[in-house]
Design a protein around this ligand. Sequence first.
Ligand SMILES: [Zn+2]
Ligand SMILES: [Zn+2]
Length: 765
Amino acid sequence: MEITVAGACSIRVRGVVQGVGFRPFVYHLARANDLAGWVLNGEEGVEIYVEGAEPGLLAFVRDLKGQPPPAASIAEIEVHRAEPLGLHEFTIRESQRRERPTVRISPDLPVCDACLKELFDPEDRRYWYPYINCTNCGPRYTVVLSLPYDRPNTTMQRWPLDAYCDAEYHDPGNRRFHAQPVACHGCGPGYSLRLSNRIVQESEPSIRDAAQLLNSGSILAVKGLGGYHLACDASNAAAVAALRERKYRKEKPFALMARDLEVARGLIELSAEAERSLTSTARPIVLAPAKTAPSKVAAGVAPDNNDLGVMLPYTPLHHLLFAARAPEALVMTSANRSSEPIAYEDEEALDRLSGIADAFLIGERPIARRVDDSVARAGAFGPVVLRRARGYAPGAVATIPSERPILAVGADLKNAITLVVDGQAFVSQHIGDLGDFQSRRAFQETIQDLISMYEVRPDELLVVHDSHPQYVSTAHALGMGVPRKLAVQHHRAHVASVLAERGEWATQAMGVSFDGTGYGDDGSIWGGEIFVGSVKTGFERVAHLRGAALPGGDAAAQYPVQAASGFLAQLDNDDLPDLTAAPFFFPERYKHALELVHKDVRTFATTSVGRLFDAAAALLGFTREITFEGQAAMWLEQLARSALRADPYPLPYAGDELDFRPLLQSVIRDRLRGRNIGAIARAFQFGLAKGLCDAVVTICGVKHLSAVVLSGGVFQNELLLEDIKYLLEDPALPNDGLRIWTNHVVPPNDGGISLGQAAIAAFAS
Ligand SMILES: [Zn+2]
Ligand SMILES: [Zn+2]
């Protein structure tokens, strides 16, 4: 006779466990193991009580840990023994509302295979329904208005379920059990197409007509998950050119959406890692080298760039557009005028995009907040996120030990904010450049949004900001009326962001921050900084790029020749040819800038490696104004990729300075000799890598360090990272056991600053 020992457990699961099919999963698991009890969404995660025979309990706990639903991400499981209550069935209980909600909100998820199958099944009730979703897929962060994540707290609140959806919603055995945004043709929102002279009302004809318009070269505004896209046929040069002209976007590359993986493979060189990223649940835009011929992409998509950014369809609507025979590669760019954030409200979109879009494909479901597409890449040191937004935000990225809630407001370019609540660091979506009015509004909304969602009282907050006194983000932080505030230096925040990702608080590391612009301790413009220290004890600046003058300050970032004037003024006059003559042809602006430098008027001191790149780019022919941030450096990297690695130009490291003078002298010398500019760019980049590696080996040797952190906008330069990796793996170098750490979760650019600010603040008090 079988002897069963009855037992009971109460279990709490924390992490991304709401809105990802976790309760139905628990329900099935309990029933499969003959257990009674209940599951509910509590404020601190999913709470479970189970009772039954011991083997069932053990199997339940094992599978709970080992086989969670694909979109769930478990941070912690607490299991406690309990007294059996003598229950007879397993139930899903209503959500409880108690203390502060530390339950994480799931990022948005791409439509799942099961839903796709139904979407294209003529027998299915949701055949061709553009908002099909289930507990394993669909919108989350872009529809949630407040916690807990239940339908009345989402933008689906105004669509009552019909009998069909209601039955699925309440059936614990159904894939749509408690799927908050569930809907169908009968009860849910739909799409319509607005043209200049008429409106198509039903979803299916709207989408079919939209696909036809794309085929005939039209530009469409398409409402997606986190905002509107502007879409056109990527192979149609005239359409791409028209889009650039109407959008006032001269040269910055456009992202593409490929119909499927096969089409994507035809567009870009996909490494295994890049393909993993492309097909991951975040569905980011993945940057990779463009396939050369035959190109299905008009040259205007990414001028002067060997890389293309490609993403796969992630909403049912995207799949329907391709099924309706839209071109297999579409330009899909955020629907904004240049530098404004993505448009997401219908009236606003119609208003702002009239004159750009020929037609509007409008979905009725409101978007709770603007969330851009994310951008990622497979990097030399592992995956890199260059823009962290849809599919990642607002996920917790790190555990930061802090009793007090911390709000870190980031920097003014590529802004993102971080909120630390109960030790969890939540990083917002990419917000953008706070010089723009719309972005400033989004910045304020996002702060309000996260603070209210996690029910943080402003008076208990520690607010952290950049030490730049003129930053908009700084002014906002200081104006919040919060008693506790802290300024964190820009480049230390970059270094700390990498260590925060890894939870390395006490590790002494060498921190390298090469960047465009950041306010230094001495009020000058830093950006070529080397520190030693830890998050816990702080970072001491031990070395930097040799200083140069920057006429016009931050504005010099617009004009590479203006940056060049200050760096070249450091060279002996005898070494300097007339740069307004061949082969340099610097414009007049250079002379004016040089005058400012010599008179020391409106001139600032800088150690910025970003500006050093600008100077080199100017010497190699990029003498015009840039049209987007970092353009000259990107141009130089692309140029350098055309040549093979050869002898590096010298960048000597001595007396706590990296001396750029021999580096620039070599560029000028070889340019005058008529050397190929690609080869010069390559030797410049390799020289920078070599100089840095010499400094790394020297400093790590002297200070007995083995961890090296690289962060800052310059490290978006993939070729530079490849060279550093190549040099540090050189067996001739005495670099035993050096570990190179870079960002993998937040961007190496200023999008990662807020995480580093929060980490430093947690240990500063
Ligand atoms: Zn689904
Ligand atoms: Zn329905």
